[in-house]
Design a protein around this ligand. Sequence first.
Ligand SMILES: [Zn+2]
Ligand SMILES: [Zn+2]
Length: 409
Amino acid sequence: MTSRALSRSLDPLDDETIVGFLLRLACHNGTNPAQIAARMGLMDEAGNAPGVVSPWLLADMDKPRLVRTARATHLTVAEASKLLLAPMGHKYGLVSRRYWPWTSPQQLARPNRWVFIRTSQYCPPCLAGDDDSLGRLYGGAWKRAWRLPVVFACSRHQQLLSRTCPKCRTPGQFAPTGLIARPGTEDLHPAQCRAVSPALHTGRGRRSVCGTDLARIRPTRLPGDADSVGVLLALQQRLDALLSADGPQKVNSCGQLVPVAQYFIDLRVVATLVLASWPEASGFAATPTLAQAIGREADQRLRDSRRRTSGASKRPYGINSLLAPMESPLTMGAVLGIAERMLDGREKQWTRRAVGPAYGSALTLHRDTFQKLARLPGTSSALQEVLGVAKEATDSSSAEIYVRGPRNG
Ligand SMILES: [Zn+2]
Ligand SMILES: [Zn+2]
């Protein structure tokens, strides 16, 4: 299939996703995102309904498609591939080839629990864009980093990220099917919420789009005390540095230098244990405010989990709700701060004393699930040793439960 190149293209912005780029291109060409997606050759993914762009193209695409996309948008293949999440796997462990089965098609074809494939967090001032002519016209980038739960704050604007539209409460960039909501609607700015707002349904069956300008909303409120704010923003800066392409390749986890991608998987495992076993690790909270935030979410999750497992189906979704990323950027930062401190121990013995009680308490909640979590593919051998699972062979099929579920972003 050949796609005609667009008459007008744009340079991708720093860390821009393919969704954000596509939305800006649609505005720049005076058309709708569906037209642009078709011209970029994104519409014909096998198994998709006609006219639907697979949400997985956000993460990765095969080489022939990438070449078509690059050609249609006047980019080099290297530039086009930078719009995808897959290259971030090198640092995040998302799809890194080194951590099989993260690269397998089966893994990529399922929502990953700690990557927001179907929604995006956002920083309003970042979305407003730079004060140059293109920035004023189309706003800033919808960033790839906002798809990672470990990015919970904007270091540049010193504020927590937002997850939902304040008006209609729909998660940022959520599309009921496909990659972009209402792809046939052309008069929306890239920063506008494209969700259908139930409050805006009009009389004759026509449904209206929310349209809230997400670049102009009030930022998510930071905690009232300066200590908590300082702790959260400093943590985000350290995580940003690890994720950055020119950051270190290795970092300490449980007293051993491990690849950064492994570290982020360790961080995810320990953060999940901290939340599931709360208040076991409350002594590690940096401030009372952050401990309270975690406590609120831990209670909520336990209630959710029990409600989901009490139905007739007995499917593991109740447990899945204990494994998903935290519900708010504030709790995300608060829990990650504790996990970071636990992994930072200079020797395994110390980390074992720190993480052990949380792991033990999580096992009483659901032994099988948390044992599997401890053996999550990609965790460092140091953490596996700390959790006492180092000798066990990693069962690749066991990862499925952690990457599937109704609460994925
Ligand atoms: Zn920002
Ligand atoms: Zn909205």
